[in-house]
Design a protein around this ligand. Structure first.
Ligand SMILES: CC(C)(COP(=O)(O)OP(=O)(O)OC[C@H]1O[C@@H](n2cnc3c(N)ncnc32)[C@H](O)[C@@H]1OP(=O)(O)O)[C@@H](O)C(=O)NCCC(=O)NCCS
Length: 157
């Protein structure tokens, strides 16, 4: 796996096995083929994969009314801190606004400092806690409003 140029593209059916392998290697409760197939078939979703020769990251967003929810975001450990998650978030937020979203929310493990910092950079602020949501660890619920405003949308790059 090289540290070459990162390309983003929409997740397709042929990426599912690579994404499941990435999930199984890196997530305590990995997404399955069935979950990914369901997400791909569902309306009001956008899923993206990041590629550097092979799939090195993926993420998704679901839009319900004016609310967008980040459903998953993962980068291969050896590819972290290269801005891949930032690129995927930017793409997902743009897609969500294109589907009518005005606000963005997600849940993150309270102890997940890397993800919390990433989300903070996208203006997401913690507004609540779901106690014990992740196998006993608390989840923070984060929100950012008015993602369709020229100020916010224009700040994405
Ligand atoms: C969270 C995660 C997706 C970040 O992916 P990444 O591609 O490494 O993130 P980026 O390189 O785009 O980082 C963007 C910014 O986020 C913050 N950040 C990312 N990783 C960080 C870390 N380990 N420590 C501190 N800040 C971090 C920084 O502000 C960073 O900007 P900088 O590199 O200019 O300082 C990745 O660590 C991961 O896959 N973790 C496991 C899965 C996970 O936790 N997903 C989120 C679930 S809600």
């Amino acid at each position: 796996m090289g540290l070459g140029v990162i390309t983003l593209r929409p997740l397709g059916t042929s990426d599912i096995s690579a994404v499941v392998a990435l999930e199984e290697a890196n997530q305590p409760q990995p997404w399955t083929v069935g979950i990914l197939e369901g997400e791909l078939a569902a309306d009001d979703r956008s899923y993206v994969v990041a590629e550097d020769g092979e799939v090195v990251g993926f993420g998704g967003v679901m839009v319900v009314g004016e609310e967008a929810h980040i459903t998953n975001l993962l980068v291969a450990p050896e590819q972290r801190r290269r801005g891949i998650a930032r690129q995927m978030m930017t793409r997902l937020i743009r897609d969500a606004v294109g589907m009518g979203a005005r606000h963005l929310t997600l849940e993150v493990r309270a102890g997940n400092e890397a993800a919390r910092r990433l989300y903070h950079r996208f203006g997401l602020a913690p507004v609540g806690v779901r106690p014990g949501y992740y196998q006993g660890e608390d989840a923070l619920i984060m929100w950012v409003h008015d993602i369709d405003s020229p100020e916010y949308f224009g700040s994405l790059n």
